[in-house]
Design a protein around this ligand. Structure first.
Ligand code: PLP
Length: 387
């Protein structure tokens, strides 16, 4: 039987592959510390879990509109007002099946075969696949520690060409946890807007970014025509609930609606009902506490890595990732991850998942796990590098 060229060409996720290897070790009775997966260990807030039970008990769970339940769209718009001081029209909020579906709908709406989307290297691997799925080409721009592993206006203008249709940026980023300063984001968006190109800004880690004093700033503060991608997965700890959202320009709403109707009808109804409980003051306070504990974990990790003699060229300012340079060990990223897992049971992700630029040199550590696990994992990494 034949599969499409697209399906045959798609690259596997090394983060998942290392997860499977870790499970195999556990099945052999080994103790494993998983620092490879970008999934907060907190779980959904208790109020959301209770709301889910109530939603399911009602037994009335029809499809919602393709753009999502209006109460939830209003609640998300209200969150931008209260959390970010930005007015968002609820009609421009689209609830999706995770940020993944938002990215998929965005690419389905914007990308024609031969169009180019500009993104930084390293960056979230699925973005390359979303663009390619619709026949687009990815212009993967190499970045380094000097630009905090992010695009900047100089790189964007240097790599722009006649086929570039969109700019795609995640800030803070996966795999580095580094963010783009708002004035730099403003310059890049203004440049792309001038070229009549779309700005796709993934803010899935925005509410997990450092922001003292005052709230983290959404791109909407500087570009109200940007397409914003966000999710309940990370800040609200609801990865498996498959719920996210996007904020799109007015003219794009009917386009996204037609696509969502046809591609998956609507996001999960019970998940949407439960997510309404995310936006109460007590749940938001709990999520803020969790953000603070991620910050504590980050300090533990940076300290432990320094003791292991491993360099982190740019400390993260959000999310829960650290991008570690392992070149001093003399090993490639892949060998480092393979050997570390086999010898110590600590799972990390090689940079090869996230692009080509220096991918052999970097590994990603996710600190979205307990302090106890982090201390144990770091002790094992220290013993490994010492040997
Ligand atoms: C930058 C980025 N965007 C999007 C996603 C997809 O998230 P979701 O679970 O909302 O589909 C992830 C998941 O790790 C991510 O890191």
């Amino acid at each position: 039987m034949q599969y499409s060229d697209r399906a045959n060409a798609i690259a596997p996720f090394f983060a998942m592959a290392f997860g499977e290897k870790a499970t195999a070790l556990e099945n052999q009775g080994r103790s494993v510390i998983r620092l490879n997966i970008g999934e907060p260990d907190f779980g959904a807030p208790p109020a959301v879990q209770q709301a889910m039970q109530q939603a399911v008990a009602k037994n009335e769970l029809p499809y919602t509109g393709a753009l999502g339940d209006m109460r939830l769209r209003e609640a998300i718009a209200g969150f931008y007002q209260s959390q970010h001081g930005i007015h968002v029209d609820p009609n421009q909020v689209v609830v999706t099946a995770g940020a993944s579906a938002a990215l998929l709908l965005t690419c389905a709406a914007l990308v024609n075969p031969g169009d180019e989307v500009l993104m930084g290297d390293p960056s979230y691997p699925c973005n390359r696949q979303f663009v390619k799925t619709f026949g687009g080409n990815v212009n993967l721009v190499p970045t380094g520690a000097d630009s905090h592993f992010q695009l900047n206006s100089k790189l964007v203008s240097e790599h722009w060409n006649a086929h570039t249709r969109a700019l795609m940026i995640a800030t803070p980023s996966n795999p580095t946890g580094t963010a783009v300063a708002l004035d730099e984001l403003d310059r890049m968006c203004a440049f792309a807007k001038e070229k009549q190109a779309w700005r796709i800004i993934d803010e899935i880690y925005l509410d997990l970014s450092d922001h003292a004093p005052g709230p983290a700033k959404s791109v909407l503060a500087v570009d109200d025509g940007a397409i914003v991608i966000n999710s309940f997965s990370k800040f609200f700890g609801m990865t498996g609930w498959r719920l996210g959202w996007m904020i799109v320009p007015d003219e794009m709403v009917p386009v996204i609606e037609r696509l969502a109707q046809n591609l998956y009808i609507c996001p999960s109804t019970p998940a949407q009902m439960a997510a309404l409980a995310c936006f109460t003051p007590s749940t938001l306070a709990l999520c803020e506490e969790r953000r603070q504990s991620l910050l504590t974990r980050r300090h533990i990790v940076l300290d432990g890595l320094a003791k292991a003699g491993l360099s982190v060229p740019v400390a993260p300012s959000g999310a829960f990732y650290v991008y570690i340079d392992v070149s001093l060990t003399g090993m490639s990223a892949m060998d480092f991850c393979e050997q570390l897992l086999a010898e110590t049971g600590v799972a990390l992700t090689p940079g090869n998942d996230f692009g080509d630029k220096d991918a052999d040199r970097y590994v990603r550590l996710s600190y979205a796990t307990s302090e106890q696990n982090l201390h144990e994992g770091l002790a094992r990494i220290q013993a490994f590098t010492a040997s």
